[in-house]
Ligand binder design. Structure first.
Ligand code: 76R
Length: 249
């Protein structure tokens, strides 16, 4: 039987996409709009305190295109905290003006394909812990998409031996490393949690690098033979200080 790989799992993750109901936002009085913005700013202050204490992280992006208007990515140590956060957000006045567009549930994941060095469990290393519980970068652009590993005919990831999968991922990582400093990637696992097997979140300073890395990776065997991709969401960073101006009507 083919051996599975052990995963190291970190913070739980919710990608939360919302569409703004501009019609009702415009119909609200300016006092109602201001109250919604103030309350939301208080929520942001709470989330920032969580991030400051390194108990989670979040980012907020403006989605380009009609799939959504806003994309939040939330990380929390437990699924309970994640659902509490979502419920509190849903109860806020600002959420009255938002329509659900999409969501994706996963957990930050690293795998143990590489052989252990000096018998040290990589999960115990501080650098691994930092990657499993990342403070999300606030880069200008984000790209999120879910993906699967193919299991069809001769292209079946799940019948490949573990060392073979490890080799293919090592090749993949060499492509990835070429984008050091340009792209920051966070892989979240969602087998058993959501409809696809992984979530891929990429952050970039230059939006074109998102296209370049995904294009180049299409030619890595692990993607060309074994990658299946879902819907892409692309966003521009929405800074807290720009939030009120963004909503101004
Ligand atoms: O964790 C590590 O950095 C070790 C090497 C590595 C692994 C194991 C790595 C490096 N990745 C790994 C696993 Mn990746 N990654 C993707 C995508 O669009 C596509 O074709 C694929 C989407 C991108 C853009 C990307 C980027 N990677 C994985 C897995 C889980 C595999 C499994 O178990 O099957 C997926 C789904 C996945 C997908 N990867 C890197 C990158 C980049 C930029 C790196 C280099 C990171 C660095 O060294 O700084």
């Amino acid at each position: 039987m083919v051996e599975a790989v052990e995963t190291m799992d970190g913070w739980y993750c919710l990608h939360d996409m919302r569409t703004i109901d501009w019609t009702s936002w415009k119909l609200a009085t300016s006092e109602e709009r201001q109250a919604a913005i103030d309350e939301f700013n208080n929520l942001l202050t709470k989330w920032e305190a969580v991030e400051e204490a390194e108990n989670g992280s979040h980012v907020m992006y403006k989605v380009i295109g009609q799939k959504a208007d806003l994309m939040f990515m939330f990380l929390r140590p437990t699924m309970d905290e994640l659902v509490d956060l979502e419920t509190t957000f849903n109860k806020s006045a600002f959420a009255d003006f938002l329509l659900p567009a999409h969501s994706y549930v996963s957990v930050v994941e690293l795998s143990k394909y590489q052989p252990q060095k000096d018998g040290v469990d990589p999960e115990t290393l501080p650098e691994t812990q930092a990657r499993l519980k990342p403070i999300l970068p606030k880069y200008d652009y984000i790209s999120f998409y879910p993906m699967d590993r193919r299991r069809m005919g001769n292209e079946n990831w799940y019948t490949l031996e573990k060392n073979e999968r490890g080799k293919l991922l090592y090749e993949h990582s060499k492509t990835g490393r070429k984008y050091a400093g340009k792209i920051k990637q966070i892989i979240t696992g969602s087998i058993g949690l959501d409809n696809w097997e992984w979530g891929v979140t990429l952050f970039a300073h230059d939006v074109l690098q998102l296209k370049k890395i995904v294009y180049e990776m299409r030619f890595d065997e692990v993607s060309s033979r074994y990658g299946e991709f879902g819907e892409f969401f692309i966003g521009n960073h929405l800074k807290r200080e720009d939030f009120a101006a963004y909503l101004h009507v």
